[in-house]
Write a protein that binds this ligand. Sequence first.
Ligand code: TRP
Length: 383
Amino acid sequence: MPGEEEFVVTPYEVKGRIDYERLREQFGTQALTHELLAKLHHIAGGELPPALARGIYYSHRDLGTLLDGFAHGTPFFLYSGRGPSGPLHTSHLLQFQLCQWFQQRLGVPMYIQITDDEKFWSSKGGIAREETARWGLENLIDILALGFDPKRTRTFFDSRSIAAMYPLAIRIARKVPYSTVKAVFGFTPSTNIGLVFYTALQTVPAFWPSWAEGRAIPCLIPCGIDQDPHFRISRDMAESLGYPKPALLHSQMVPGLLGESVMSTTGDRSDNALFLNDPPEVVERKVRHAFTGGRATVEEQRRLGANPEICSIWALWRTQFAESETKFAEVTRGCRSGTLLCGECKSQLRERVGRFYRSHAENRAKAAEWAESTIVTEAPKAL
Ligand code: TRP
């Protein structure tokens, strides 16, 4: 069935059953190999975070060069972002948890972009400006609460940081022909012109520190692979503007609780993800109703074991909630062998997620006090 093979991945559309290896080849990125992970492990020390150790991050551009540079005394900075259209769910945290781990291990600066303009332009159902701005701040607080260092973390909040970004955005925009954005993002004649310009703004943070300091500072961008098209554009122009090409680390899209093989926000079914503002009883209900890889009967499951690969609960353990490799291996083994039944597995996960929500609430209250102070408002140079 040819139809089954088809999938589309752009920053504005993720559709179909994604074949990640094929996507990597289409995009022309490199595989994240064991050797490279070992190098990272060596440089950073300690256990690798779940998203790296368990293959959720699976592709990269120039990570090896960036790490070699770091090992030889050239520090880099991190950059990642969020388009605010509503509350964050747990899978949205992945890229930021990874950044926080890098910052803590290597002491590097972090730049967060909150694209309240992008979501106003791109949201299909239409979303009010007040909403993208409000969620922008809420999302930022959730991100900072993951443990970012207030002294080393800066935010580009597009509508509020535009004066700081614009002198650089001007230069970037001049390097991007309309034919490129049309081809890369699949824009049509009815696409609004905000989105046509927007990609220039998503490139700004990748070059901003180099621009501000007047020297080449390498950049590492952990992101979902759907964001790669923006950064192909950044990389293509980097050298002509005198900046290093940003390195990238790409993750797969995390499946939702209802078991679709696509992005967790697919459709508007809020039961498909655990939102950070869900009250405990809602989290409980969502976990209870989540799609699993269990068998029809207990007897069958004891005999044959269950299938973690299609299970949304296992995906939660894998991506974030099994903190150690030992715990992750225990859950996986129990599932496959039929000794851990779905009810028990779900109740363990509920407990673990509940613990995360409680500590997150505390960290969030603290981060709310300094979130505003991270927002960059002044350009280093007027021109
Ligand atoms: N475009 C991203 C989104 O829709 C937001 C974003 C901005 C981003 N800058 C980024 C994501 C850098 C990853 C890395 O959510």
